[in-house]
Design a protein around this ligand. Structure first.
Ligand SMILES: [Zn+2]
Length: 421
């Protein structure tokens, strides 16, 4: 018997694709708005990545099929953002593997000095892991388990719609009438549906409190097929660096099987699998806590873990540098008399380091860390090492400008400026 639509289930599902390993290189975004447990509106954009972050890496193109030629005539994120904001209209956000999409949104906003929308974030991946027993928790497999229509995978709009439908179906199955009730199910029969044979340690999709050595803690990992980015030895040391253990063949103890041969676009239910992969699928169906990952899924997971680690390291270093905001930030702002300047131009003029780009021995203003060769040009202009230190610089500067009584142009209010679509 079908339970009714969760009447108060309101949110927007979001999915990003990126041009390369940088989270600021968003090249497509898809949105699906849900009201009362139904998808009622969708929108999607191709995005031109910012100059300097606009390489299309073969690995990314293989996943989403978007190339540099396809984005030559489309807007950059700062032009797309107002429309995205008015579509969101204050909704909570949901994604499948949300730490990835959240990180893309934050970093894409930071390189344009846009205010990241204040939204609650929800993730269907850990919920699917908790409620279903599958050999893969990528969208096509979760969709099939929930008897949803198959959609193109790794196309931003289709993935956003599918994440929305998955959240709706999981909510219905869990008899949850809100995302928070779904994310933190309490008691009831669902307990018996939790990870078969597992202790629930895989249920968390939130990497915010992890260190590098914990990202794969407790996982037994087997590699199969030809890896594109690493030799087998490098892959093994990577797994061990992130706290996992490597095995040479699939056993009852294996929890993750990473396949270098799977095409992320065609890996879906019903495809023919190699013997090793089929064995893992059989184990999963028999209730073993084992998942098949494409190489891309492994990198995505490790990148989010690495980001959490770097952020913790920066925060720790920054804590010992309480007097780091340089005086020129206030002096330059005071000297800006042209009140015709738009918000972002004003910020650039006020925050730019008077000595130009950092010398080779210069360190990040906020955390004292070194600059990477690939650091974004605007961050180098300000002598900050990362999106995180850039946001910290702006917060500290705004406090200093306010206490010095310096007026500055107001940040645009997107929902008001652009209205509802
Ligand atoms: Zn820094």
């Amino acid at each position: 018997m079908e339970t009714p639509q969760p009447a108060s289930l309101d949110f927007t599902a979001i999915d990003f694709e990126t041009a390369n390993a940088s989270r600021a290189s968003a090249c497509a975004v898809g949105l699906a708005k849900v009201r009362g447990g139904e998808v009622v509106d969708t929108a999607s954009w191709l995005i031109k990545p910012p100059p300097g972050l606009d390489d299309f890496a073969p690995r990314n193109v293989a996943v989403h099929g978007i190339t540099a030629e396809m984005v030559t005539d489309v807007p950059t994120w700062d032009r797309v953002f107002p429309d995205v904001m008015s579509f969101l209209d204050g909704d909570d956000l949901l994604a499948h593997n949300a730490p990835f999409d959240r990180s893309v949104l934050r970093q894409a906003c930071s390189v344009f000095d846009l205010e990241e929308p204040e939204a609650g974030w929800y993730d269907t991946l850990p919920v699917a892991r908790r409620m279903l027993t599958l050999g893969s928790y990528s969208l096509p497999f979760v969709a099939q388990a929930l008897e949803l229509e198959d959609l193109t995978h790794h196309e931003a709009l289709a993935d956003a719609v599918q994440a929305a439908r998955i959240a709706i179906a999981l909510s219905r199955r869990a008899e949850a009438d809100s995302l928070s009730a779904l994310t933190f199910p309490v008691g009831g029969a669902r307990g018996s549906r939790s990870l078969a044979g597992g202790d629930g340690t895989r249920a968390e999709g939130d990497f915010s409190a992890l260190t590098a050595t914990e990202v794969l803690a407790g996982q037994s990992v087997v590699f199969t097929g030809k890896l594109t980015l690493h030799t087998r030895d490098e892959a093994h040391s990577l797994v061990e660096h992130f706290g996992g253990a490597c095995q040479t063949s699939v056993t009852k103890k294996t929890t993750i099987l990473v396949s270098g041969d799977l095409d992320p676009r065609t890996f879906r239910p019903g495809m023919e699998l190699s013997r090793k992969l089929q064995k893992a699928m059989d184990f999963a169906e028999a209730g073993q806590q084992i998942e098949i990952w494409t190489e891309g899924e492994l990198h995505e997971r490790l990148a989010v873990g690495r980001e959490a680690l770097e952020s913790a390291t920066r925060a720790q270093r920054a804590a010992t540098r309480s007097e780091w905001l340089p005086g020129y930030v206030v002096d330059q702002a005071r000297a800006l008399t042209d009140d015709e300047l738009a918000y972002t131009s004003w910020l650039r003029a006020a925050l730019r380091h008077p000595d130009g780009r950092p010398s080779p021995d210069a360190l990040c203003l906020r955390c004292g860390g070194e600059f990477e060769a690939s650091a974004y040009w605007m961050f180098l202009e300000r002598w900050v090492c990362s999106a995180e230190c850039n946001e910290a610089l702006k917060r500290a500067a705004k406090r200093a400008w306010s206490s010095a009584g310096i007026a500055r142009p107001a940040a645009p209010s997107y929902a008001e400026t652009y209205g509802r679509r």
